[in-house]
Design a protein around this ligand. Sequence first.
Ligand code: HEC
Ligand code: HEC
Length: 84
Amino acid sequence: MKKVTVHMWNEYVKGLTHSSGALYCDSCHQGKAEFLDKSDKKALAGWMDQEFTKKAKRTDGKEHSCSTCHGDPFNPDILAAWKK
Ligand code: HEC
Ligand code: HEC
């Protein structure tokens, strides 16, 4: 959890801004460690696009897309690598 937190801080909180202002842990987490509904991957992909891509920008000014977080080729298991 501590390892994931360091990445979340550096890559999400510092790396992105929200359309309504700064992006904090709770902008995404809303008080829960796990909040994604992974039962429907297609619906989740649409939700990610709405919440994490369209409503955010990169602080380094580069184009923001799924690959900002998931890389290219698309890696669905971001956290597995961060927990190592
Ligand atoms: C851009 C959105 C976003 C921001 C900002 C963010 N997180 Fe996350 N975080 C996620 C997502 C998505 C997950 C995966 C949640 C899931 O699997 O349901 C996650 C997972 C985690 C986990 C692992 C939870 C688990 O049970 O495996 C930890 C710990 C965590 N975040 C901490 C933080 C902390 C601390 C901050 C602020 C420094 C933060 N996050 C900011 C999106 C974000
Ligand atoms: C701000 C970072 C961020 C952005 C941008 C983002 N995602 Fe994600 N996404 C995550 C995190 C974190 C997880 C949880 C990964 C994990 O559990 O290892 C996740 C999980 C997913 C999953 C579930 C993967 C699985 O098999 O469990 C899908 C599908 C997904 N994202 C699709 C997308 C798509 C499509 C886009 C672009 C429209 C996108 N995401 C943009 C951070 C992001």
